[in-house]
Design a protein. Sequence first.
Length: 118
Amino acid sequence: QVQLVESGGGLVQAGGSLRLSCAASGRTFNNDGVGWFRQAPGKEREFVAAITWSGGYTAIAVSVKGRFTISRDNAENTVYLQMNSLKPEDTAVYYCAHRDVGGRYDYWGQGAQVTVSS
C-alpha cells in the first residue's frame, strides 16, 4: 500500500508559477516513482510528468515541456511539480500517482485544483 497526498494548488494569474507537492508514504522501492496527471472539466485525464525515486527515469509531456519541471526529495519522500509560465489551459485538477516498477500507476492522491486566470 502507498499513500499519496498532494498540496500546493491554488489560483494564479496567467504567466505565474505554482509548485505542487506529492508526499508519499508506505511501501516504495528505488525503481518505483511518481507521476503527475491532470484532468480538466469535460476532458480526459492526461499525463503530465513522471520520475523514479532513483532519478534514473523522468518523462514530461510535450504540452508542458519547457514550463514544468519534475523533481524529487528522497529524504522527504516527496515529488514536486514546478509549474512556470502558467496558461489558462493548464487549469485542471492535478493528481499524483504511484508508478510501479512496470510503469503502471496503481495508487492515486486525492487531487489538487489549479486554476489559471487570464
